[in-house]
Each structure stands twice: as C-alpha cells, then as structure tokens.
Design a protein around this ligand. Sequence first.
Ligand code: SF4
Ligand code: SF4
Length: 187
Amino acid sequence: MAVEYPFSKVIGDMMYASHQNPITDCLQCGTCSGTCPAIEYMDFSPRKIIGMIRANLKEDVLSSNTYWSCASCYHCTVRCPAGIDIAEMMYALKRYSMWKSQFKEGLIGPDFSESFVKMIVNSGRSYEPILAATYLPKYSASAIVQEALTASGLVFSGKMNLFPKKIKRIKNLQNVVRRILPLGETS
Ligand code: SF4
Ligand code: SF4
C-alpha cells in the first residue's frame, strides 16, 4: 500500500534536497513577510504560508496565489534568522503544484511554466513569442498591439529571430532531462 506522507514533510524534503534548513525551524518572526516586495499581490504572506505548510493545510496552500506571486528576489532568504531558504520553498511549491496539477484557476504562472519547460525541452532555447502566447490572451487589445509592435521592432533590428532556433545536439539535452522527467515523444 502506497504511503501518503504529510504535506509538510514532502515540501520539507523537497527543500532539504537543495541543502536548506528545515521549515520546522521557522520562528514565525515575520521578517520574510516584512521584507517581501510582492506581498501585496499574495493571498497569504510568506510567514503565513510556512505556518500553513507546517499545519498540513495542503489544499489551502496549493489554491493560493502566494508562491506564483513570488518574484524570486531572495530578500526573505538572506534575512531569515533561522536560515530558511523561503525563495526555494516557493519553487518547491511550484514544482509540487505542477506535479499534482493542482493550482488556483486564472493564474498565468502554471501555463507559463509549462510552456517554458516544453520550449526548452524541444529547442534548448527561450523564444519570447511562444512564451507570450501563454499570457497575451489575458491582456487588453491595446496591450497586445503594443506587444506586437515591440516584437516586430526587435525582429527588424535583428535582436530577435523570426522563427525559433534549436541548439545543436538537442537530443543530448532531452536525454539528460528524460532522467528526471517523463518526457514521452520529443520532436
Ligand atoms: S523570516 Fe524565517 S523564521 Fe521568520 S517567519 Fe520567515 S521563515 Fe520563519
Ligand atoms: S523571494 Fe519571493 S517571497 Fe521572498 S521576499 Fe522575494 S518575492 Fe517575497
């Protein structure tokens, strides 16, 4: 019978894999929340999210926008008195959320992340027009026109390719990624 580990342990283990202090060391001092530049966009502050993870409130954590709103600035990480890498914790939540296909509806982050990973696996390069397709539908018509004008300016000035290019030996990259992700067929 498969063992269901507590949510706090799963996220804690994902962070431990990157050599960070356990979230059980959190003092709930609020330094991370006080230093976070993105807090006004978050459903719950970083301090609160840590408390919720420790209380195994998995559904509430995963259905919040907090970890998708993190700007990865690492202010919280460098200031935490308990040495917890809160920014890495936000990444762990994103990975877990994508793994379980469980996230708040209407967010750009999950679609953007999926599109980015597929693009890198298929070409080995980032190509902005493909990424833009994941978030442009959420923009106004005038913003889309502005983006299109900016993109054509970049193409005409030679700063962006008209079509995406693949790196050499893309199969080698795909074989490396295949060791950690179930890729299926790749082009
Ligand atoms: S700064 Fe560190 S110890 Fe303080 S609440 Fe945030 S994670 Fe916990
Ligand atoms: S890394 Fe994320 S959670 Fe931490 S201060 Fe920056 S935006 Fe806030």
